[in-house]
Design a binder for this molecule. Structure first.
Ligand code: F6P
Length: 353
């Protein structure tokens, strides 16, 4: 029975490869796909690079890595890759293709240079791995040159419309949660209040999820500003209920105070009992080995991006919705805004009683 199943699966793979070899070449104009990573790096970017490269090889397409994002596209920093180019990277943070934020690509002259590089190297499609800034550049480039572009959402911020999860978000939230657990040890030893600032740019997804997971007494996010007085009242209530130490998770985009240090001073001024400290987690949230979730997500989205390119469904972003891989037009992905999870917000209020 077992060997029968293996034979059946092998037969299916063989049929797919025969179709690729004898049918796609007629229909499939895509012979070479370039891929790049752009914007802030995220754990899982390497897993997505690996997936795109191996899906290309599987479908008899030449994958071409572009170094340093859009700057590399402009300069023609291309390197043909193969299945072995991406061995041993699924568990590595960062991106082997490096990344950059390209000012020059924001200019038409820069994009025209990039298009010349693309044509000179006979590239038939471009897969861009990154966040909203990456997709905006990819969309403009695609429209200006009528050139196939597909986006893979990879940013720790999880602020991309059209996907429940961006690659890197799960890994970053686990990194932050582990940091909060460590901070809680020292906070409770010294009966201190800690303000822990986390990344997320203008979104509060990292703060909200890690605040709940880390048992924070307060979570301050840009999507809702309840004001300093409410913060004071909440901390007073915590103290009354016998809490001798507290953690307040603050999203870097939060506007409750001027910044996390101002919050500390304000609280110490109005609640003299509190001995407060600040921990800004910073770029450690962008590093580390990707979680299982992010590796699987990156592998799924990479394959879908290549197969969408082959079947002429370019101009889209591949994303996850209800655990299914779906396509969202890049136009919508760059314009859409992700909403904060209200149900999770309610949970966080109840948990901090
Ligand atoms: O977009 C990812 C991100 O880590 C944001 O959360 C953060 O605000 C920003 O990048 C930091 O950018 P940089 O790496 O350029 O300092």
């Amino acid at each position: 029975m077992f060997s029968f199943l293996i034979k059946k699966r092998f037969k299916k793979m063989l049929i797919i490869k025969l179709i690729d070899y004898y049918i796609y070449p007629v229909k499939n104009q895509i012979k070479k796909i370039a891929l790049l990573t752009s914007g802030g790096d995220a754990p899982g970017m390497n897993a997505s690079i690996r997936s795109v490269v191996r899906a290309c090889v599987f479908h008899n397409i030449v994958p071409v890595g572009v170094y340093k994002g859009y700057d590399g596209l402009i300069k023609g920093r291309f390197e043909e890759m193969n299945a072995r180019s991406v061995k041993g990277i699924i568990n590595k943070g960062g991106t082997i293709l490096k990344t950059a934020r390209s000012e020059k690509f924001k200019l038409k002259t820069g994009r025209d240079e990039a298009y010349n590089s693309i044509k000179k190297n006979n590239i038939d499609g471009l897969i861009v791995i990154g966040g909203d800034g990456t997709f905006t550049g990819g969309l403009i480039f695609s429209e200006e040159n009528n050139f196939p572009v597909i986006g893979i959402p990879a940013t720790i911020d999880n602020d991309i419309f059209g996907t429940s999860h961006t690659i890197g978000f799960d890994s970053a939230t686990n990194t932050v949660m582990n940091a909060i657990d460590k901070i809680r040890d020292t906070a409770s030893s010294h009966n201190r209040l800690f303000f822990v600032e986390v990344m997320g740019r203008d979104a509060g997804h990292i703060a909200l999820n890690t605040g709940v997971a880390g048992g924070a007494e307060e979570i301050l996010i840009p999507e809702e500003n309840l004001g300093l007085d409410r913060l004071i009242q909440s901390l007073k209530r915590s103290e009354k209920t016998g809490k001798s130490s507290s953690i307040v998770v603050v999203a870097e985009g939060d506007k409750t105070g001027e910044n996390v240090f101002h919050l500390k001073e304000y609280v110490e001024k109005h609640l003299s009992d509190y001995d407060a400290r600040v921990a800004v987690l910073g770029h450690m949230q962008r590093g580390g080995t990707p979680t299982c979730f992010d590796r699987v997500l990156a592998s799924r989205l990479g394959v879908s991006a290549v197969e969408s390119m082959i079947s002429k469904k370019d101009g889209n972003m591949v994303g996850l919705q209800n655990n299914k891989v779906v396509l969202t037009p890049l136009k919508k992905a760059v314009k859409g805004v992700t909403k904060i999870n209200k149900e999770l917000l309610k949970v966080s209020d109840i948990m901090s009683i």
